[in-house]
Every structure is written in C-alpha cells, then in structure tokens.
Write a protein that binds this ligand. Sequence first.
Ligand SMILES: [Zn+2]
Length: 335
Amino acid sequence: MNKIDDIYVDRLYPYLAMFRIPYFSSGNEKAFANVFLVIDDELMLIDAGPYSEDKSSKLTYALKQSGFDIKDISRIVYTHSHPDHMGGGLGLDGYKGIRHCIYREAKNKVEKYGEYVSSVKSIAKNIFSELLFLYPEAKDTYFDVVDHFWNPTYGEIGIDEQLDEGDSISTGKLKFKVIFTPGHSPWDITLLEETKSLLFSGDFLLSKSSTMTGGLNGFGSDLISYESSLKKINKYLDQIKCIYPAHGPAITSFSNLTDSLLAIVKGREDKIFNAISTNNCSLMDLMKVVYPSIDSVIVLARCLGIVLTHLEKLENESKIHRIKDSDEVRFCLGR
Ligand SMILES: [Zn+2]
C-alpha cells in the first residue's frame, strides 16, 4: 500500500485498485472516502471521491500511483450524488472521453452540481434550526460539519448515462449489474460484479454500522427505503465473496449482515419510542438515550440525522407528533 499526503492506494487484485481519499478533518479527526479503479479492457472508476480545489488533483495523484492517467478513464459510475463521492467529478470537463453515470432520476437534480449542493446545504441546516434552538453548541458544531461536507457550491457535471435497476455495465471481461438500493440517499445504487462476485455498495452497506440517514444528507434518505433495500440485497449475499463500501474497509463476513442491520434500526426505534412513551422529549433528550457518549463532531452530526429520521418515520406512522413548548420542539405520543 502506498501512502502519501493521506491518500492511500491499494492494488487489491490485478483488475481492481482502491483509493482512500480524505474529505473531512476536524482536530485529530479525519474521514476518508473510497474510490475504486476497475482495470479491464476499459478503465472505470466507481465514485470519484471528494472535490479538490485544484481540479481533481487527489484523484489524479491516486491514478498516477496505480500507473494510470485521468485521461485513460472511460467511465465514472457514481454510487450516489453526495460530495464525498461525486465532488471529484467536478473539474473533469476537459476530459471528454469520460462518461459520467448515475442513477436515472438523479441526472436532472445533480448536473448543476453547485446548485444542488447549495440547496441541500440549506435544507440540512433548516431542518435543525428549530430543533437545536436551545442547544447552540450542538447547532454550531452540526452547521460547521454541514458547511465542510456540502462543498463546493458551484460547478457542473454533465451526466452521459442514466442507470436503472438491472442495467449491466461491461468494462470488457468484468460485468457490473446495477441494483437500486435507496435509503441513505434517494438515488443509491449498488454494483454487483458478476464474474468475480464482488459488491460495491457505496454508502448503503458499511463495514461496522448501519448507514447514515437524514440530517446531514439533506433530503431523500428514509428508513422505510433503507429497510427494503436491505431485504432486497440479502438475496445476493450468498453468491458474494466480498463487499467494498465507499467508506472503511472491505466487508468479508456478512452472513447475518442484513438481519443485524435491521435489528440495529429496530433497536434504535424502540429506544426512541419507549423514551417518548415515558416523557415528552426534545431531539437532544433522545440523542442522550440513543447515543449516550459521543466524542466526535462528525459522529454527532451523523447521529443527529439518524435520530431525526426515526422521528420522521414515527411521525409519518402517526405514532408520535411534535409540539412547541416555550421555544423548544418536543416529541410526544400520538397524532
Ligand atoms: Zn459517503
């Protein structure tokens, strides 16, 4: 494995390399996104990693380390449109040979990428303005993470191919089947490489935890879609050798993966519902119930979103509702 400037390049197989590229840092914390390079008759990237000021220099650097050049790439498939995976696609407009591919319905929303980022950024903030009104410290921390994450607010990425459930992408010997797995975002896709039995899961399946929903994601992530995507992917898992997520290490043991993720989601929902059944709760009361100790700003931002997604689901099911009680939004039982 080569490591320079915090960009890690790992040649996993003759036909596959993995790049680990930093996209966020705060104090000692650093978060990385994975990009995969498929080396076949054609070169294909799965995701492009985060935006970099100087025209995709991070991506270019990682490709060079693998013995390739950005102009050799014929296709970039985005697992979803979030900036830690798609931002790196900005600044590649000079490379006309690269086809940018994303889930069908995302095309119109994300081609004007900067506008998309700005609008999600304001949604991601607005939903918490009232909920965190009495918690300025948590609010500032969260807003800061949003500002770092939803960046940059300008630029365009022309989409050349709109992908749909069941589509097949060939790079020569390798064949990638598109599986629509929304939940983390409205447009997540998972790629199943059928000849080597590998799964590229974006942010849908991560190594140690359930995916992030809500909050920082801005819009379009929901637990009902996430649960059905988990049930859908389950039927592929016994033919799979390895799962490569867009963050963290490969997942090599996954016999109970979907069941355990569904159980995590259910366990959180029960905790939240039980707490509200006992007392009216603010968002921050519920954070303490579900996540009693958080020592990372990134984790705090993620967890606020997850708890809110549960609350939205319970509200949609009319199990709870929100009231405003002297400047504080509280959640209570019933309609
Ligand atoms: Zn991500």
